[in-house]
Design a protein around this ligand. Structure first.
Ligand SMILES: Nc1ncnc2c1ncn2[C@@H]1O[C@H](COP(=O)(O)OP(=O)(O)OP(=O)(O)O)[C@@H](O)[C@H]1O
Length: 232
């Protein structure tokens, strides 16, 4: 079967700083791929290359058989992206922010935006400015933005960051729901247990290489990322 997404021999450096080297990966539709690794190991850079936000020095990205950067396709179609906790216009409500973003593509209307907000547990009629949103609400709004156009590929870079226990469980449930809907998902988390519970394929980046997780590596990560979330 042809992979839904394929990275072929991707390498990327910033100046003399080599970040990733000869990374190849095949992903079938509907799979959830997890990436774990130390701070600065290159997880976000790899995700940005997949989304077309960064260009690799060498190598190719294929999404649904189409090569990124060829035929006018600079960004993959129908891909929802959550990288580095997206920024919003602070004086607008959550709905108005999403409406602003949705109007760029013009693919969806108010109903789809409202549905996405409800799906992640936000009230579309809440007029609170996003400046006054809690961190958890901002994370959920970021997820709503990533799914509102019914994107079938989702790239979620640390969606669990800095969440309290309740919101953390909510976000986990949202990702499970998206997985059950058959989305193809790329996920990072600093907590190996999240990755282990949610992902079908797990990799780490060590010494610039993408390595499939072995039992020995899993045991190591389980130990070093085994912290408990605040549980009131
Ligand atoms: N645009 C850039 N210019 C120069 N260096 C960069 C750029 N983007 C990332 N880097 C560097 O690339 C390395 C990998 O960064 P990346 O953000 O991918 O790490 P990460 O694995 O996602 O880390 P974390 O777990 O802390 O989020 C870091 O040393 C970072 O400083």
């Amino acid at each position: 079967m042809k992979p839904y997404i394929e990275l072929q021999n991707i390498s990327k450096s910033f100046g003399k700083h080599e970040i990733i080297k000869n990374v190849s990966l095949c992903v079938e539709q509907g799979k959830t791929v997890g990436l774990i690794g130390a701070n600065g190991s290159g997880k976000s850079v790899l995700f940005k290359i997949l989304c077309g936000f960064e260009r690799p020095d060498t190598g190719n990205v294929f999404v649904r058989g189409k090569q990124l950067g060829e035929g006018g396709m600079d960004f993959p179609e129908n891909m929802g992206v959550f990288i580095n906790s997206p920024g919003f216009i602070g004086i607008y409500s959550g709905f108005r922010n999403l409406k602003f973003l949705a109007d760029i593509q013009g693919k969806i209307g108010d109903r789809e935006i409202r549905d996405a907000m409800v799906k992640v547990g936000l009230d579309p009629d809440n007029t609170t400015k996003t400046d006054n949103y809690s961190l958890g609400m901002k994370q959920k709004l970021g997820l709503a933005q990533a799914i509102m156009e019914n994107q079938d590929i989702l790239v979620l870079d640390e969606p669990f960051n800095a969440l309290d226990y309740k919101t953390y469980e909510d976000v986990k449930a949202i990702i499970r729901m998206l997985k059950a809907e058959g989305k193809t998902i790329f996920l990072t988390s600093h907590r190996f247990q999240d990755i282990e519970q949610l992902c079908d394929q797990i990799y780490t980046i060590e010494d610039c290489r993408l390595i499939p997780i072995t039992d020995a590596i899993a045991a190591r990560y389980r130990e070093i990322t085994d912290f408990d979330h605040y549980n009131p």
